[in-house]
Write a protein that binds this ligand. Sequence first.
Ligand SMILES: NC(=O)c1ccc[n+]([C@@H]2O[C@H](COP(=O)([O-])OP(=O)(O)OC[C@H]3O[C@@H](n4cnc5c(N)ncnc54)[C@H](O)[C@@H]3O)[C@@H](O)[C@H]2O)c1
Length: 374
Amino acid sequence: MNDKKWRVALIGTGMIANCAHIPAWRNLKDQVEIVGVCDIRPEAAEETARRNQIAWHGTDPDAMLAALKPDIVSVCTPNLFHQEMTIKALRAGAHVICEKPLTLRYQDAVAMYDEARKAGRQLFANQSMRFRHDFLAAKKLIDEQALGDVYFAEFNRIRRRGVPRWGMFHMQDQNGGGAFCDIGVHFLDALNWMVGNPGIVAVSGSTSDLISHLPHDVPPRLADSGAYAGVFTPRPYDPAEFSVEDLAVGTIRFANNLTCLFKVAWAINQPDEFSIRISGSRAGLNIPTMDLYGTANGFLTDTKPVVYDDMPYKDVTFNGHWYLFEHVLDVLAGRASFLIREDEILNVVAAIEAFYRSAETGREVRVDELEGVK
Ligand SMILES: NC(=O)c1ccc[n+]([C@@H]2O[C@H](COP(=O)([O-])OP(=O)(O)OC[C@H]3O[C@@H](n4cnc5c(N)ncnc54)[C@H](O)[C@@H]3O)[C@@H](O)[C@H]2O)c1
Protein backbone atom coordinates (compact mmCIF):
# COMPACT_ATOMS: atom_id res chain seq x y z
CA MET A 1 0.00 0.00 0.00
CA ASN A 2 3.02 2.28 -0.45
CA ASP A 3 3.28 4.82 2.34
CA LYS A 4 -0.48 5.06 2.96
CA LYS A 5 -1.61 3.50 6.22
CA TRP A 6 -4.20 0.73 6.37
CA ARG A 7 -7.40 2.10 7.91
CA VAL A 8 -8.70 -0.45 10.44
CA ALA A 9 -12.08 -0.60 12.19
CA LEU A 10 -13.39 -3.02 14.81
CA ILE A 11 -16.87 -4.49 15.27
CA GLY A 12 -17.32 -5.63 18.87
CA THR A 13 -15.25 -3.97 21.58
CA GLY A 14 -15.18 -6.52 24.38
CA MET A 15 -12.29 -8.42 25.88
CA ILE A 16 -10.58 -9.75 22.77
CA ALA A 17 -10.80 -6.40 20.96
CA ASN A 18 -9.19 -4.59 23.90
CA CYS A 19 -6.73 -7.26 25.02
CA ALA A 20 -5.59 -8.58 21.64
CA HIS A 21 -6.78 -6.77 18.49
CA ILE A 22 -6.11 -3.18 19.50
CA PRO A 23 -2.66 -3.90 20.99
CA ALA A 24 -1.74 -6.01 17.94
CA TRP A 25 -2.85 -3.26 15.55
CA ARG A 26 -1.09 -0.59 17.61
CA ASN A 27 2.09 -2.62 17.41
CA LEU A 28 1.89 -2.02 13.66
CA LYS A 29 1.18 1.69 13.99
CA ASP A 30 3.63 2.64 11.25
CA GLN A 31 1.43 0.79 8.78
CA VAL A 32 -2.01 0.92 10.43
CA GLU A 33 -4.41 3.50 11.83
CA ILE A 34 -7.42 2.44 13.91
CA VAL A 35 -10.15 4.72 12.60
CA GLY A 36 -13.29 3.49 14.35
CA VAL A 37 -14.93 1.03 16.71
CA CYS A 38 -18.52 -0.03 17.19
CA ASP A 39 -20.44 -2.20 19.61
CA ILE A 40 -24.14 -2.69 20.31
CA ARG A 41 -23.35 -1.62 23.88
CA PRO A 42 -22.58 2.11 23.57
CA GLU A 43 -20.58 2.13 26.81
CA ALA A 44 -18.22 -0.53 25.43
CA ALA A 45 -17.56 1.36 22.18
CA GLU A 46 -17.12 4.65 24.00
CA GLU A 47 -14.74 3.28 26.63
CA THR A 48 -12.61 1.56 23.99
CA ALA A 49 -12.44 4.70 21.86
CA ARG A 50 -11.57 6.83 24.89
CA ARG A 51 -8.81 4.53 26.13
CA ASN A 52 -7.19 4.34 22.69
CA GLN A 53 -7.88 7.84 21.31
CA ILE A 54 -9.93 6.45 18.42
CA ALA A 55 -11.78 9.20 16.59
CA TRP A 56 -15.04 7.40 15.69
CA HIS A 57 -17.26 5.20 17.87
CA GLY A 58 -20.84 4.11 17.60
CA THR A 59 -23.33 1.29 17.87
CA ASP A 60 -24.17 0.65 14.22
CA PRO A 61 -21.70 -1.32 12.07
CA ASP A 62 -23.43 -0.22 8.84
CA ALA A 63 -23.05 3.43 9.81
CA MET A 64 -19.39 2.89 10.72
CA LEU A 65 -18.59 1.08 7.49
CA ALA A 66 -20.37 3.73 5.39
CA ALA A 67 -18.76 6.65 7.22
CA LEU A 68 -15.19 5.34 7.42
CA LYS A 69 -14.79 2.92 4.50
CA PRO A 70 -12.08 0.97 6.37
CA ASP A 71 -9.53 -1.15 4.49
CA ILE A 72 -9.53 -3.87 7.17
CA VAL A 73 -12.18 -4.83 9.72
CA SER A 74 -11.60 -6.89 12.86
CA VAL A 75 -14.76 -8.86 13.69
CA CYS A 76 -14.78 -9.37 17.49
CA THR A 77 -18.44 -10.08 18.27
CA PRO A 78 -19.87 -13.25 19.82
CA ASN A 79 -19.68 -16.21 17.46
CA LEU A 80 -23.19 -16.10 16.02
CA PHE A 81 -22.60 -12.61 14.59
CA HIS A 82 -19.31 -13.45 12.87
CA GLN A 83 -20.94 -14.30 9.55
CA GLU A 84 -23.25 -11.27 9.41
CA MET A 85 -20.52 -8.78 10.38
CA THR A 86 -17.93 -10.35 8.08
CA ILE A 87 -20.25 -10.18 5.10
CA LYS A 88 -21.22 -6.56 5.85
CA ALA A 89 -17.54 -5.60 6.04
CA LEU A 90 -16.57 -7.47 2.86
CA ARG A 91 -19.46 -5.85 0.98
CA ALA A 92 -18.25 -2.47 2.23
CA GLY A 93 -14.90 -3.21 0.57
CA ALA A 94 -12.82 -4.25 3.58
CA HIS A 95 -10.57 -7.23 4.16
CA VAL A 96 -11.70 -9.03 7.31
CA ILE A 97 -9.95 -10.68 10.23
CA CYS A 98 -12.68 -12.70 11.89
CA GLU A 99 -12.33 -14.13 15.37
CA LYS A 100 -12.48 -17.85 15.93
CA PRO A 101 -14.49 -19.92 15.42
CA LEU A 102 -15.14 -18.43 11.97
CA THR A 103 -18.65 -19.83 12.21
CA LEU A 104 -20.37 -22.99 13.41
CA ARG A 105 -21.97 -24.25 10.19
CA TYR A 106 -20.19 -25.50 7.11
CA GLN A 107 -22.51 -23.78 4.67
CA ASP A 108 -22.05 -20.44 6.48
CA ALA A 109 -18.27 -20.75 6.18
CA VAL A 110 -18.61 -21.48 2.47
CA ALA A 111 -20.85 -18.41 2.12
CA MET A 112 -18.30 -16.21 3.90
CA TYR A 113 -15.38 -17.27 1.69
CA ASP A 114 -17.58 -16.99 -1.42
CA GLU A 115 -18.50 -13.45 -0.41
CA ALA A 116 -14.81 -12.57 0.00
CA ARG A 117 -14.09 -13.84 -3.51
CA LYS A 118 -17.04 -11.90 -4.91
CA ALA A 119 -15.85 -8.73 -3.18
CA GLY A 120 -12.22 -9.27 -4.25
CA ARG A 121 -11.17 -9.06 -0.59
CA GLN A 122 -9.48 -11.47 1.79
CA LEU A 123 -11.04 -13.26 4.73
CA PHE A 124 -8.54 -14.10 7.45
CA ALA A 125 -9.75 -16.67 10.01
CA ASN A 126 -8.12 -15.86 13.32
CA GLN A 127 -6.80 -19.22 14.50
CA SER A 128 -4.12 -17.30 16.35
CA MET A 129 -2.74 -20.25 18.34
CA ARG A 130 -1.07 -21.62 15.22
CA PHE A 131 1.69 -19.10 15.87
CA ARG A 132 2.74 -20.74 19.15
CA HIS A 133 6.40 -21.72 18.88
CA ASP A 134 5.72 -25.28 20.10
CA PHE A 135 2.86 -25.76 17.62
CA LEU A 136 5.10 -24.53 14.78
CA ALA A 137 7.84 -26.94 15.90
CA ALA A 138 5.36 -29.85 16.05
CA LYS A 139 4.16 -29.03 12.54
CA LYS A 140 7.76 -29.09 11.28
CA LEU A 141 8.49 -32.43 12.98
CA ILE A 142 5.35 -34.01 11.50
CA ASP A 143 5.96 -32.53 8.02
CA GLU A 144 9.50 -33.92 8.10
CA GLN A 145 8.19 -37.42 8.94
CA ALA A 146 9.67 -37.58 12.45
CA LEU A 147 6.51 -39.43 13.52
CA GLY A 148 6.08 -41.58 10.39
CA ASP A 149 2.44 -42.30 9.53
CA VAL A 150 0.18 -40.60 12.03
CA TYR A 151 -2.80 -42.76 13.05
CA PHE A 152 -3.93 -41.70 16.54
CA ALA A 153 -4.21 -38.36 18.33
CA GLU A 154 -5.76 -36.82 21.41
CA PHE A 155 -6.37 -33.27 22.43
CA ASN A 156 -7.29 -32.34 25.96
CA ARG A 157 -8.08 -28.80 26.98
CA ILE A 158 -9.39 -28.87 30.50
CA ARG A 159 -10.19 -25.92 32.70
CA ARG A 160 -11.15 -27.07 36.17
CA ARG A 161 -13.12 -23.84 36.56
CA GLY A 162 -12.98 -21.43 33.62
CA VAL A 163 -16.37 -20.49 32.24
CA PRO A 164 -15.95 -17.06 30.62
CA ARG A 165 -18.30 -14.77 32.52
CA TRP A 166 -17.60 -11.31 31.11
CA GLY A 167 -19.63 -11.58 27.92
CA MET A 168 -22.07 -13.88 26.17
CA PHE A 169 -19.98 -17.06 25.82
CA HIS A 170 -22.44 -19.00 28.00
CA MET A 171 -25.49 -18.15 25.89
CA GLN A 172 -26.55 -20.47 23.09
CA ASP A 173 -28.29 -17.71 21.12
CA GLN A 174 -25.12 -15.58 21.09
CA ASN A 175 -22.23 -18.03 20.95
CA GLY A 176 -23.85 -21.11 19.40
CA GLY A 177 -21.96 -23.48 21.72
CA GLY A 178 -19.70 -23.55 24.74
CA ALA A 179 -16.29 -25.00 25.58
CA PHE A 180 -15.86 -27.00 22.37
CA CYS A 181 -16.30 -24.11 19.95
CA ASP A 182 -14.54 -21.66 22.30
CA ILE A 183 -11.31 -23.36 23.39
CA GLY A 184 -11.65 -26.72 21.63
CA VAL A 185 -11.53 -25.06 18.21
CA HIS A 186 -7.91 -23.96 18.73
CA PHE A 187 -6.82 -27.58 19.32
CA LEU A 188 -9.00 -29.02 16.57
CA ASP A 189 -7.59 -26.47 14.11
CA ALA A 190 -4.00 -27.00 15.28
CA LEU A 191 -4.21 -30.77 15.05
CA ASN A 192 -5.88 -30.69 11.64
CA TRP A 193 -3.17 -28.34 10.36
CA MET A 194 -0.27 -30.28 11.91
CA VAL A 195 -1.39 -33.55 10.31
CA GLY A 196 -1.86 -31.93 6.89
CA ASN A 197 -5.63 -31.36 6.69
CA PRO A 198 -6.44 -34.88 5.51
CA GLY A 199 -10.23 -34.35 5.52
CA ILE A 200 -12.73 -35.29 8.22
CA VAL A 201 -15.13 -38.21 7.82
CA ALA A 202 -17.24 -38.18 10.97
CA VAL A 203 -17.56 -36.93 14.52
CA SER A 204 -19.17 -38.59 17.51
CA GLY A 205 -19.54 -36.53 20.66
CA SER A 206 -21.48 -35.65 23.74
CA THR A 207 -21.83 -32.67 25.99
CA SER A 208 -22.65 -31.88 29.59
CA ASP A 209 -23.53 -28.73 31.53
CA LEU A 210 -23.81 -30.02 35.09
CA ILE A 211 -21.13 -27.97 36.85
CA SER A 212 -22.18 -24.60 35.51
CA HIS A 213 -25.70 -25.10 36.82
CA LEU A 214 -24.65 -25.81 40.39
CA PRO A 215 -25.97 -22.95 42.55
CA HIS A 216 -22.97 -22.31 44.83
CA ASP A 217 -20.07 -23.27 42.63
CA VAL A 218 -16.62 -21.63 42.75
CA PRO A 219 -16.46 -18.58 40.45
CA PRO A 220 -13.52 -18.80 38.03
CA ARG A 221 -10.85 -16.15 38.00
CA LEU A 222 -10.81 -14.01 34.85
CA ALA A 223 -7.35 -15.20 33.77
CA ASP A 224 -8.33 -18.85 34.33
CA SER A 225 -11.25 -18.36 31.98
CA GLY A 226 -9.16 -16.75 29.23
CA ALA A 227 -9.27 -13.01 29.97
CA TYR A 228 -5.80 -11.82 30.98
CA ALA A 229 -6.84 -8.16 30.63
CA GLY A 230 -9.18 -6.08 28.55
CA VAL A 231 -12.41 -6.60 30.52
CA PHE A 232 -13.41 -2.96 30.99
CA THR A 233 -17.19 -3.05 30.50
CA PRO A 234 -18.29 -6.58 31.39
CA ARG A 235 -21.83 -7.69 30.84
CA PRO A 236 -23.32 -8.86 34.18
CA TYR A 237 -23.19 -12.68 34.39
CA ASP A 238 -26.32 -14.64 35.27
CA PRO A 239 -25.86 -18.42 35.66
CA ALA A 240 -29.55 -18.87 34.81
CA GLU A 241 -28.59 -17.89 31.23
CA PHE A 242 -26.08 -20.76 30.95
CA SER A 243 -27.34 -22.70 27.92
CA VAL A 244 -24.23 -24.24 26.31
CA GLU A 245 -21.88 -27.10 27.25
CA ASP A 246 -19.18 -26.92 29.92
CA LEU A 247 -17.80 -30.32 28.87
CA ALA A 248 -17.38 -31.75 25.36
CA VAL A 249 -15.97 -35.21 24.69
CA GLY A 250 -15.80 -37.26 21.56
CA THR A 251 -14.04 -38.84 18.63
CA ILE A 252 -13.09 -37.46 15.22
CA ARG A 253 -12.41 -39.81 12.31
CA PHE A 254 -10.12 -38.26 9.71
CA ALA A 255 -9.97 -39.42 6.10
CA ASN A 256 -6.45 -40.90 6.40
CA ASN A 257 -7.46 -43.41 9.11
CA LEU A 258 -6.35 -41.05 11.86
CA THR A 259 -8.64 -41.25 14.89
CA CYS A 260 -8.68 -38.46 17.45
CA LEU A 261 -10.14 -38.49 20.96
CA PHE A 262 -10.83 -35.20 22.66
CA LYS A 263 -11.94 -33.73 25.99
CA VAL A 264 -12.64 -30.04 26.32
CA ALA A 265 -13.97 -28.42 29.48
CA TRP A 266 -14.70 -25.03 30.89
CA ALA A 267 -15.58 -26.67 34.20
CA ILE A 268 -14.97 -30.22 35.47
CA ASN A 269 -13.75 -31.80 38.70
CA GLN A 270 -10.42 -32.74 37.14
CA PRO A 271 -7.06 -30.93 36.99
CA ASP A 272 -6.33 -28.39 34.29
CA GLU A 273 -4.85 -29.83 31.11
CA PHE A 274 -3.44 -28.42 27.89
CA SER A 275 -2.16 -31.13 25.57
CA ILE A 276 -2.09 -32.57 22.10
CA ARG A 277 -0.68 -36.10 21.71
CA ILE A 278 0.03 -37.41 18.25
CA SER A 279 1.08 -41.03 17.61
CA GLY A 280 2.75 -42.24 14.46
CA SER A 281 4.35 -45.43 13.18
CA ARG A 282 7.84 -44.10 13.93
CA ALA A 283 7.29 -41.97 17.06
CA GLY A 284 4.73 -40.24 19.22
CA LEU A 285 4.85 -36.54 20.15
CA ASN A 286 3.32 -34.82 23.17
CA ILE A 287 2.73 -31.09 22.95
CA PRO A 288 3.55 -28.78 24.74
CA THR A 289 6.17 -30.86 26.61
CA MET A 290 7.65 -31.83 23.20
CA ASP A 291 8.50 -35.34 24.42
CA LEU A 292 9.11 -37.73 21.52
CA TYR A 293 8.53 -41.43 22.21
CA GLY A 294 10.31 -43.67 19.71
CA THR A 295 12.79 -46.48 19.27
CA ALA A 296 16.46 -46.65 18.28
CA ASN A 297 18.96 -49.50 17.97
CA GLY A 298 16.59 -51.97 19.58
CA PHE A 299 15.66 -49.75 22.50
CA LEU A 300 12.63 -47.69 23.43
CA THR A 301 13.89 -44.11 23.41
CA ASP A 302 12.46 -40.94 24.86
CA THR A 303 13.89 -37.80 23.32
CA LYS A 304 13.13 -34.15 23.76
CA PRO A 305 13.89 -31.76 20.92
CA VAL A 306 14.99 -28.47 22.40
CA VAL A 307 12.54 -25.93 21.06
CA TYR A 308 13.49 -22.38 21.95
CA ASP A 309 10.91 -19.65 21.92
CA ASP A 310 13.04 -16.99 20.31
CA MET A 311 10.06 -15.31 18.66
CA PRO A 312 9.90 -11.54 19.18
CA TYR A 313 6.61 -11.29 21.12
CA LYS A 314 7.10 -14.22 23.46
CA ASP A 315 6.19 -12.19 26.57
CA VAL A 316 3.11 -10.50 25.07
CA THR A 317 -0.42 -11.53 26.11
CA PHE A 318 -2.29 -12.95 23.12
CA ASN A 319 0.90 -12.80 21.08
CA GLY A 320 -0.73 -15.06 18.46
CA HIS A 321 -2.74 -12.04 17.36
CA TRP A 322 0.46 -9.98 17.03
CA TYR A 323 2.10 -12.59 14.79
CA LEU A 324 -1.09 -13.14 12.81
CA PHE A 325 -1.74 -9.44 12.16
CA GLU A 326 1.84 -8.90 11.02
CA HIS A 327 1.43 -11.89 8.72
CA VAL A 328 -1.86 -10.45 7.39
CA LEU A 329 -0.08 -7.25 6.34
CA ASP A 330 2.56 -9.37 4.58
CA VAL A 331 -0.20 -11.27 2.80
CA LEU A 332 -1.94 -8.04 1.75
CA ALA A 333 1.38 -6.72 0.45
CA GLY A 334 1.82 -9.90 -1.63
CA ARG A 335 4.83 -11.05 0.40
CA ALA A 336 3.22 -14.25 1.77
CA SER A 337 0.23 -16.50 1.37
CA PHE A 338 -2.04 -16.84 4.38
CA LEU A 339 -1.07 -19.67 6.72
CA ILE A 340 -4.67 -20.43 7.70
CA ARG A 341 -6.19 -21.76 4.50
CA GLU A 342 -9.85 -21.84 3.47
CA ASP A 343 -9.83 -25.64 2.89
CA GLU A 344 -8.48 -26.17 6.42
CA ILE A 345 -11.06 -23.90 8.03
CA LEU A 346 -13.91 -25.52 6.08
CA ASN A 347 -12.88 -28.89 7.58
CA VAL A 348 -12.63 -27.39 11.06
CA VAL A 349 -16.08 -25.82 10.80
CA ALA A 350 -17.51 -29.08 9.42
CA ALA A 351 -16.13 -30.92 12.46
CA ILE A 352 -17.68 -28.36 14.82
CA GLU A 353 -21.07 -28.66 13.13
CA ALA A 354 -20.89 -32.46 13.10
CA PHE A 355 -19.88 -32.49 16.78
CA TYR A 356 -22.86 -30.44 17.92
CA ARG A 357 -25.23 -32.41 15.72
CA SER A 358 -23.85 -35.64 17.12
CA ALA A 359 -24.26 -34.44 20.71
CA GLU A 360 -27.85 -33.44 19.93
CA THR A 361 -28.85 -36.63 18.15
CA GLY A 362 -26.79 -39.12 20.15
CA ARG A 363 -25.15 -40.75 17.12
CA GLU A 364 -22.07 -40.38 14.96
CA VAL A 365 -22.53 -37.67 12.31
CA ARG A 366 -20.77 -37.98 9.00
CA VAL A 367 -19.50 -34.76 7.46
CA ASP A 368 -21.13 -35.67 4.15
CA GLU A 369 -24.52 -35.35 5.89
CA LEU A 370 -23.99 -31.62 6.47
CA GLU A 371 -25.76 -29.10 4.25
CA GLY A 372 -23.50 -27.77 1.53
CA VAL A 373 -20.90 -30.58 1.69
CA LYS A 374 -20.39 -32.00 -1.78
N1 LIG B 1 -8.41 -15.90 19.41
C1 LIG B 1 -8.60 -16.09 20.72
O1 LIG B 1 -7.75 -16.64 21.39
C2 LIG B 1 -9.87 -15.58 21.35
C3 LIG B 1 -9.92 -15.40 22.75
C4 LIG B 1 -11.12 -14.92 23.31
C5 LIG B 1 -12.23 -14.65 22.51
N2 LIG B 1 -12.16 -14.88 21.17
C6 LIG B 1 -13.33 -14.68 20.30
O2 LIG B 1 -13.62 -13.29 20.21
C7 LIG B 1 -15.02 -13.07 20.14
C8 LIG B 1 -15.42 -12.08 21.21
O3 LIG B 1 -14.98 -12.54 22.48
P1 LIG B 1 -14.79 -11.50 23.69
O4 LIG B 1 -14.10 -12.21 24.77
O5 LIG B 1 -14.25 -10.22 23.21
O6 LIG B 1 -16.31 -11.32 24.13
P2 LIG B 1 -16.96 -10.02 24.77
O7 LIG B 1 -18.32 -10.42 25.20
O8 LIG B 1 -16.05 -9.42 25.76
O9 LIG B 1 -17.05 -9.02 23.53
C9 LIG B 1 -17.97 -9.14 22.50
C10 LIG B 1 -18.51 -7.76 22.22
O10 LIG B 1 -19.35 -7.82 21.06
C11 LIG B 1 -20.46 -6.95 21.29
N3 LIG B 1 -21.55 -7.34 20.40
C12 LIG B 1 -22.45 -8.34 20.57
N4 LIG B 1 -23.28 -8.38 19.50
C13 LIG B 1 -22.88 -7.41 18.66
C14 LIG B 1 -23.36 -6.94 17.42
N5 LIG B 1 -24.42 -7.53 16.84
N6 LIG B 1 -22.76 -5.88 16.84
C15 LIG B 1 -21.70 -5.28 17.44
N7 LIG B 1 -21.19 -5.67 18.64
C16 LIG B 1 -21.79 -6.72 19.23
C17 LIG B 1 -20.76 -7.13 22.76
O11 LIG B 1 -21.53 -6.05 23.27
C18 LIG B 1 -19.38 -7.22 23.36
O12 LIG B 1 -18.87 -5.97 23.78
C19 LIG B 1 -15.67 -14.45 20.27
O13 LIG B 1 -16.01 -14.95 19.00
C20 LIG B 1 -14.58 -15.31 20.87
O14 LIG B 1 -14.66 -16.68 20.48
C21 LIG B 1 -11.00 -15.30 20.59
